[in-house]
Design a protein. Structure first.
Length: 209
């Protein structure tokens, strides 16, 4: 929690030197680059909760329209994952298909099985997990997950995470309890998604036997 707050404070310190428009563009750009350009694999905070939560705090303190900021974050997260998925689908799979090795082909098979079993929910849950939100879009593309399923699950996950957490940051400035509630809501969302995904997996397993 202390580490989370320190990063949020540093991000909030960007605003005075940027102004509202530039700050919004920087936040949206970082959220997009985190997954779309795979930058989050090397600089985790770019895709982290601290960035979008701090964006909400700054929106409150600086008088930035919270809906503009929050929806922008959600859209940036969604677009980033779409690009990651596309890169994985068009460049990752052809490259891996040319590589020989039991462990590589086994990894591809396991990824395909994961998405076939969990389907829609795998992408939604991944958005709430720090490292998973960076890698899952690319893996989904490599595993050739159905595009329309990825499109919708990515939309739900990105908006729930990006827009939801930004709004939580905004209101936590007025109601401190919102900060703790945001973690509880995220935990409940993950648990619900896992339960739904488990049901899909069990259903697929029973139908295949």
């Amino acid at each position: 929690m202390i580490h989370h707050l320190s990063i949020s404070d540093q991000i909030a310190g960007w605003y005075p030197g940027m102004g509202a428009l530039v700050f919004c563009l920087v936040v949206w750009g970082l959220v997009f680059a985190g997954t779309g350009l795979f930058v989050g694999a090397f600089i985790p905070f770019i895709t982290g909760d601290s960035l979008v939560f701090a964006a909400g705090l700054v929106a409150h303190e600086a008088g930035i329209n919270i809906w503009l900021m929050a929806i922008g974050v959600g859209v940036a997260a969604w677009l980033g994952d779409q690009v990651g998925f596309t890169l994985g689908r068009h460049f990752g799979r052809p490259y891996l298909d040319k590589r020989e090795g039991k462990w590589i082909q086994g990894g591809i098979t396991k990824s395909e099985n994961l998405f076939n079993a969990w389907g829609w929910w795998a992408v939604v849950v991944g958005r709430f997990m720090p490292w998973a939100r960076v890698f899952i879009p690319v893996i989904a593309g490599i595993a050739k997950m159905n595009y329309y399923k990825f499109f919708s699950s990515n939309l739900v996950g990105a908006l729930a995470w990006g827009t939801g957490l930004t709004i939580c940051g905004f209101y936590s400035a007025e109601i401190p309890a919102v900060k703790n509630a945001s973690y509880l809501i995220a935990a409940m969302f993950i648990i619900g998604s896992l339960v739904a995904g488990l049901r899909v997996w069990l259903k697929n397993r029973s139908s295949s036997n």
